[in-house]
Design a protein around this ligand. Structure first.
Ligand code: TEU
Length: 495
């Protein structure tokens, strides 16, 4: 299980109100106690922060707001000493417009790095094509100095790199080697499917012209590029992995990004993150994912319910704490690698961010609220946090929940322990079970090890027919076949 840390919101150690690397290092004990296997750090590189780090101006330097390279090496060393793996965020599709590569590229039409980005003449004073940007508006910006448009699928401050240019490929491979040489265990690759583009940059047809490309771009040229990237990681000792953010709508569309085991090691499956609170929808999406991935020889599933781009799942489910516990039980008992988003183990809700305090171009501020670590006035933070605290901050801090055996934090810890000690849970097959309406039930099996999971999405108690003799492995009370409203249980064979 991997744990996403959004460094700005994890813990501030130097008093500027923004989380930093020393803050992460100070809380490694929380991660070890919880039982996580590793962390993914959202971007920590030098950046003008137009998109809070996803606009990188130096891929091989730590932004001073997070600390320096010494802080990073110390964090990496202590994480490894405690058995925690460390994945960094790698942003291959675009750089900051302040990156020296782009500064040179925009300097003149003859610049050596001109084609490291996408520069085009327009059509009758209009952009070269009808592509839209993810944060709104068109995906092209006019440059007076060189009389051409440049492409940016996100902000104008995030020009897209042209991965058809060998210089770009070599340099971005070099970024991977820089961090792999430092000992990182792998990367989360940001919108990596977007690096494959049709060199003719054709108009989007029909209704597709009304939406941005993030959820639809699926060009075959991405795959030879991913094989090149994979060969860089495979050239290093130790299991260096890359998990790709591929925002395509169906599990079947994700399978090609695993290649024949020679592209991405893992691909985020957002189908549960995009699902509503509906047991049959969850069952259908899990079954669809299992079936799709079964078609590829070793496509290992990845599950996630929350991240720094989406309202937290407890908020999406209407705020009910019980639903967050049921969701945790399912997330941590599915076949595949689950990703947690820092704070979900505390059952946090999105912060209510007043308009004046909103700073994110995608209005994603709420899920990026600071993590409360204790019940002091500053909740463990040195400075006044950059965003408001989440709701219930006075009773939902890490220290208070750790002191409460019945808390959701302990439920996450028990589920992770159950997962570690059960081959069925961490490597077994997944099979849907017949269940009453509103209940998601499935069996995990590996050799003689078996587990059943019954999750009641409904508010009314239900009677569950679990054939055979079972006892509770993780759950709120003794098993007698009845499951309370909005409750879930992990069962193991009796005896
Ligand atoms: O996100 C891609 C993505 O899908 C979101 O940006 C989505 O388009 C956005 O939330 C719409 O509001 C990745 C990163 O996770 C995100 O934080 C970055 O902003 C984005 O790429 C650009 O790097």
């Amino acid at each position: 299980m991997l744990y996403q840390i959004y460094p700005r919101s994890f813990l501030d150690s130097d008093g500027d109100g923004v989380g930093d690397l020393e803050g992460v290092r100070a809380r490694l004990d929380h991660l070890r106690w919880l039982g996580v296997d590793g962390v993914w750090l959202s971007p920590i590189y030098r950046s003008p922060m137009a998109d809070f780090g996803y606009d990188v101006s130096d891929h091989c330097a730590i932004d001073p707001v997070f600390g320096d390279m010494e802080d990073f090496d110390r964090l990496l060393g202590e994480a490894h000493a405690g058995g925690l793996r460390v994945l960094l965020d790698w942003v291959p599709n675009h750089t900051s417009d302040r990156h020296p590569w782009f500064v040179e590229s925009r300097s003149s039409r003859e610049a050596a790095k001109r084609d490291w980005y996408f520069w085009r003449d327009g059509r009758d004073g209009k952009p070269p094509n009808n592509w839209r940007a993810a944060f709104g508006g068109r995906a092209w910006t006019w440059d007076d100095a060189t009389d051409q448009w440049y492409l940016h699928l996100f902000l104008p401050e995030q020009p897209d790199l042209n991965w058809a240019h060998p210089g770009v490929v070599e340099s971005m491979h070099g970024v991977l080697r820089f961090w792999l040489d430092r000992g990182v265990d792998g990367f989360r690759a940001d919108v990596v499917h977007l690096i494959g583009k049709d060199p003719t940059l054709p108009d989007q047809p029909g209704a597709l012209a009304e939406i941005d490309l993030v959820g639809v771009q699926d060009h075959p040229s991405a795959h030879p590029l991913l094989r090149g990237i994979r060969s860089v990681l495979d050239s290093y000792a130790g299991d260096r992995v890359m998990v790709g953010e591929v925002n395509l709508g169906t599990p079947a569309q994700l399978v090609p990004y695993y290649g024949a085991g020679d592209e991405l090691h893992m691909v985020f499956n957002f189908s549960l993150l995009w699902a509503s609170w509906d047991a049959s929808q969850w069952a259908q999406r899990i079954a669809e994912s299992e079936a799709a991935l079964a078609s590829s020889h070793d496509a290992w599933p990845v599950w996630v319910l929350s991240n720094h781009d989406t309202p937290r799942h407890r908020t999406r489910y209407g705020g009910d704490a019980g639903r967050a516990r049921v969701a945790a039980t399912v997330l941590l008992t599915l076949r595949g690698t689950p990703f947690l988003y820092a704070g979900e183990e505390l059952g946090l809700l999105d912060a209510d961010v007043p308009e004046a305090a909103r700073v994110d171009p995608g209005r994603r501020d709420g899920c990026r609220a600071p993590i409360p670590w204790d019940d002091t006035a500053g909740h463990g933070w040195r400075g006044e946090p950059w965003l408001p605290w989440p709701p219930e901050v006075d009773e939902r801090d890490a220290a208070s929940l750790r002191a409460d055996e019945g808390s959701i934090l302990h439920l996450y810890r028990r589920l992770l322990a159950a997962r570690r000690r059960s081959a069925a849970l961490h490597a077994g097959t997944w099979k849907l079970l017949d269940a009453p309406a509103g209940v998601l039930a499935y069996e995990r099996e590996a050799g003689s090890d078996k587990r059943q999971v019954w999750a009641n999405f409904g508010e009314e108690p239900v009677l569950c027919r679990a054939d055979g003799q079972w006892v509770v492995d993780v759950g709120s009370r003794e098993w007698d076949g009845r499951l309370g409203g909005t409750d879930a249980v992990v069962l193991r064979p009796a005896g």
